[in-house]
Design a binder for this molecule. Structure first.
Ligand code: ADP
Ligand code: MG
Length: 180
């Protein structure tokens, strides 16, 4: 996969398929300790111990449409390649938390990619789910919460094309520190 956002989309899609109501995506770059930390947390249906133990295996899927499930396997592969670490904790009917730690300057780590587009993609077909994005790079912090956006929008739907495009730009500018 060409960027980190694409890996994250796979994990976010898993949370969406798990019928979550709230999904938190935390992306943090700590240059002082050379770490890229990604945490995705959902309140979906979770996994039982057996499914959780096998979730990084490419042949693990509960989909009916195909026999391989690659989202988590790809992420595990990236972590293995880059001396990173992937930890997934899950409880049935409670939710799942995925923690990825990668050495930020490793040459096999793809660029972060388009996080605004990633969030837009997740929100557009799932307007009922609330998403939080927290982005931290050292001293710089950006916070985005669809609940707050929905409050501001009132009668207007969050999945209207203009709003989605605005969200994408707003997030990408916020990440760059240009929303001030
Ligand atoms: N956040 C999650 N909540 C509940 N189940 C999950 C979650 N993430 C992954 N799973 C389970 O792990 C399986 C494998 O995930 P993945 O590797 O992304 O493949 P796929 O999504 O194609 O099935 C999924 O089919 C699902 O049953
Ligand atoms: Mg998947």
């Amino acid at each position: 996969m060409q960027d980190i956002a694409m890996y994250i989309i796979e994990i976010l899609m898993n949370s969406i398929y798990a019928n979550s109501n709230n999904i938190i995506c935390h992306i943090e770059i700590k240059t002082s300790i050379n770490q890229l930390l990604i945490i995705i947390e959902d309140d979906g249906k979770g996994m039982n111990d057996e499914l959780l133990a096998n979730v990084t295996n490419p042949f693990t899927t509960t989909r009916k449409t195909r026999k391989i499930g690659l989202g988590v396997a790809f992420l595990q592969h990236l972590c293995d390649q880059c001396n990173g670490d992937l930890t997934i904790k899950s409880k049935e009917n409670i939710g799942t938390i995925t923690v990825v730690k990668l050495p930020y300057d490793h040459w096999d780590i793809p660029p972060l990619g388009n996080i605004g587009q990633m969030m837009m993609f997740c929100i557009q077909a799932n307007a009922d789910i609330d998403f939080i994005l927290q982005y931290i790079k050292d001293e710089h912090t950006f916070f985005f919460d669809t609940k707050l956006i929905k409050q501001e929008l009132g009668e207007v739907n969050i999945d209207e094309p203009d709003i989605l495009l605005w969200i994408k730009e707003y997030i990408n500018q916020g990440i760059k520190g240009e929303n001030l």
